[in-house]
Design a protein around this ligand. Sequence first.
Ligand SMILES: Cc1cc2nc3c(=O)[nH]c(=O)nc-3n(C[C@H](O)[C@H](O)[C@H](O)COP(=O)(O)OP(=O)(O)OC[C@H]3O[C@@H](n4cnc5c(N)ncnc54)[C@H](O)[C@@H]3O)c2cc1C
Length: 477
Amino acid sequence: MIDSNLPTPRTLVWFRRDLRVADHPALHEAVRKGGVIIPVYIHEDDPSSEWADGGATRWWLHHSLNRLDQTIRDLGGRLILRTGPPDEILPALVRETNANAVYWNRLYEPECVKRDTLIKRSLMERGLDVQSFNGNQLLEPWEIETNDGNPYKVFTPFYKTATAMGHPARPLPRPDALPSVSTHLPSDEIDSLGLLPTIPWDGGLQQAWRPGEDEAYAMLDAFGEEGSGDYKDDRDYPGIRGTSRLSPYLHFGEITPRSIYHKLGRSSRTEPYIRQLYWREFAHHLLYHFPHTVTDPLRPEFERFPWNDDPERLKAWQKGRTGFPIVDAGMRELWTTGWMHNRVRMITASFLVKDLLIPWQEGARWFWDTLVDADLANNTLGWQWTAGCGADAAPYFRIFNPILQSKKFDPDGDYLRTWLPELAELDTSAIHEPAAASDQTLKDAGVELGSTYPKPIVDHSDARDRALEAYDRIKGG
Ligand SMILES: Cc1cc2nc3c(=O)[nH]c(=O)nc-3n(C[C@H](O)[C@H](O)[C@H](O)COP(=O)(O)OP(=O)(O)OC[C@H]3O[C@@H](n4cnc5c(N)ncnc54)[C@H](O)[C@@H]3O)c2cc1C
């Protein structure tokens, strides 16, 4: 129990996907109010739940919790970690600590909204001061609607209305100190959560990332105005570092979109980048208003789409062994680092749903398990957009040619050479499509198709015809 001589109020601050101390409205309000603050993280490990954390997410979470714990210790506090269902753990913690307030920042996934509403009601019935805040969005999903009072389904008008609402609130400062909580309050150990893999496959993740709030700000500084200014020209080229790579930090709430917005400012130079932040807002808007879209297409005619059940080709796609270098490079980047460049996400996703006719939900599941930025809102939007069945989606009949995309967006083959060392010796003229290279070219580069590198698992032009035929069958229905 907390020392009852300590001054009231006693506020539990429930950390969820807001693993930071700067610009944290729930923490800020607790500090402003004064008294004792009990920072809590509740780990709900339910592998049977539909969207249980994937392997890459668990890896990130382990490191992010360690960073947050250290930050809170440096401020004189302590992160209390508990495991179990929050609707049981929170009331138990309230009893244990004699807390009279519980604060948190809101989440927008359908299941979280339901759960948090029930928890809020039940704690308020016990007479507690329960408050939730907008900690993670530029605007909340319900703050904006079309002229006829409906949710937006098209990005551009959404963006126009959202930006016409003015600048988002300025970020809140980082607290100077956190009033200490009793050191006797029991807490689980982060290591005991078993978030790290038992078979160590995470070497690539360790090389690629340093999770945590400090690193998020360092990455933002490095990207800075120059990066956001060049973004328009560079963002589509996976072989150069043209994007901010802040997605996992945003997903875990180690940095907030408004901190990014106000750091970069809004100008014609930074506009293309800021616009992407609003795609994240749009994704949350859609998920909130159309919760079924995590598994079902937004456009109902796609429920009748004649998808293929093809475990072998699905495996080839997952492992980066399709014989299409840009697809394979992307899938290997994903497997190794837990991240993939946006342009390549679009190409690999299009290949799965259009060249292989494999349901987008299979791709979304694989991304969910392997991405360090796996995010229900953004992932659902990305997959439904690519498959042509979502809001403001790319039309289904617009089918990416993976070879032309590769030539256009990786003209020198740098990205391909990074992720496909077995093709590294091929000339730039041959690397995008080894199957079209002469025997001599392949031999000179040490490439043996079907042995050192796979032959293409489909013919793109036939696959394109099949996809269009399949689309004709559902169109207009
Ligand atoms: C099939 C598919 C699946 C995707 N799955 C995810 C996912 O699970 N998690 C995820 O965060 N993004 C996802 N995206 C969107 C996008 O690819 C990533 O946000 C982006 O590549 C992250 O890199 P970055 O931080 O360097 O982005 P930047 O280009 O630097 O953009 C800055 C931020 O804006 C947001 N953003 C950018 N593009 C988009 C977009 N198209 N939709 C929504 N938000 C966007 C992200 O939060 C990103 O960090 C997916 C896209 C596709 C096509």
